[in-house]
Design a protein around this ligand. Structure first.
Ligand SMILES: NC(=O)c1ccc[n+]([C@@H]2O[C@H](COP(=O)([O-])OP(=O)(O)OC[C@H]3O[C@@H](n4cnc5c(N)ncnc54)[C@H](OP(=O)(O)O)[C@@H]3O)[C@@H](O)[C@H]2O)c1
Ligand SMILES: *[C@@H]1O[C@H](CO)[C@@H](O)[C@H](O)[C@H]1NC(C)=O
Ligand SMILES: *[C@@H]1O[C@H](CO)[C@@H](O)[C@H](O)[C@H]1NC(C)=O
Length: 292
């Protein structure tokens, strides 16, 4: 016990220090020049800021959301900012067929794909869950299932380019908060699914990175409206948030965190999960699944 008390904390601190400071490659905006990128949920909020940063970096972008008028504006501003090319394809991610066709069309427009940024969410409001099953279904369809469909559709192109997927999630996909049960369920689902296939990719030599983006409260209009009168908090800036998502994804990090509080980075590191995953992986035999 005395040993544990004396050494456990320093060991934990060392582990976390290694975990957070082992990223040695530095981000350079040139990394995105000429890259072919899809951004979903890009008609407003964080997605739109991501598209603007990419445009400034000289990337090709295809943006999507439901609102055609907003997307048109985003595309013309992207061109002003210096995008190598900018297009939009409007539609709803409730429709699986649209999701699949969208990826194919976007790939054709750009002649390939380097980065898939999954960011859209169904509209949600904060309230206690009573019995609205259709809301749970819709959250799962739009916030989770369409992400799966989009990634599967994009995988052949991403394999060719050694590309990257960004999965935009939330603190609510890591910890439980009240009043957002459906949203939270869909964000936890993203972690389970994408963290699992990331492990498969690593052993089957699929060189497509998956970056799970864990965001705290961000100052988008949607978030401000949703928390008003319920949560007393100020969101972090969406412009910086968008840039950090691009950086983490370009550096092929497994996860990136963006929150106002530094304590969050420390506490969400979850060394217990990482150690257990490492130990469990050692018991597997993947020979059956590796084709040379
Ligand atoms: N803001 C925050 O505090 C916060 C915190 C943690 C995580 N996040 C995450 O960050 C991401 C972006 O959030 P945000 O605050 O920027 O949201 P936002 O401003 O509300 O943007 C959501 C985007 O999704 C699109 N969208 C909505 N329903 C759709 C549908 N059925 N099919 C296709 N597109 C649809 C919207 O455009 P249309 O309405 O035109 O379709 C819009 O472009 C989300 O994944 C969110 O979970 C945000
Ligand atoms: C992808 O990575 C492999 C292995 O590092 C490399 O041989 C190949 O040239 C890369 N392809 C592209 C398009 O970067
Ligand atoms: C995977 O692709 C990236 C980007 O092209 C490259 O830097 C890296 O060396 C590749 N890794 C492997 C194991 O092929």
């Amino acid at each position: 016990m005395a040993f544990m008390k004396k050494y456990l904390l320093p060991i934990l601190v060392l582990f976390l220090a290694y975990y957070y400071y082992s990223e040695n490659e530095e981000f350079r905006p040139e990394m995105l020049r000429g890259k072919k990128v899809i951004v979903t949920g890009a008609s407003k909020g964080i997605g739109r800021e991501i598209a603007y940063h990419l445009a400034k970096m000289g990337a090709h972008v295809v943006v999507t959301a439901r609102s055609k008028e907003s997307l048109q504006k985003v595309v013309s501003h992207c061109l002003e900012l210096g995008a190598a090319s900018a297009h939009y394809i409007a539609g709803t991610m409730e429709d699986t067929t649209f999701a699949e066709q969208f990826v194919a069309k976007a790939g054709k427009l750009m002649g390939g794909l380097d980065m898939l940024i999954l960011n859209h969410i169904a509209q949600t409001s904060m309230s206690p869950f009573i019995n609205d099953i259709s809301e749970v279904r819709k959250s799962m369809e739009v916030n989770f299932f369409s992400y799966v469909v989009l990634s599967i559709a994009a995988l052949p192109m991403l394999k060719q380019s050694n590309g990257s997927i960004a999965v935009v999630s939330s603190m609510a996909g890591k910890i439980a908060n009240p009043l957002i049960a459906s949203y939270s369920a869909s964000k936890f689902a993203l972690d389970g699914f994408f963290s699992s296939i990331r492990k498969e990719y690593s052993v089957t030599n699929v060189n497509v990175s998956i970056t799970l983006c864990i965001l705290g409260l961000i100052n988008t209009d949607t978030a401000k409206e949703a928390i008003s009168g319920i949560l007393e908090a100020e969101g972090a800036p969406k412009e910086e948030c968008a840039l950090e998502i691009i950086k983490g994804t370009a550096l092929r990090q497994d996860q990136m965190f963006y929150d106002k509080s530094l304590l969050t980075y420390f506490l969400l590191g979850n060394p217990g999960r990482r150690i257990l995953e490492f130990l469990t992986m050692r018991n597997y035999n993947f020979d059956k699944f590796i084709n040379n």
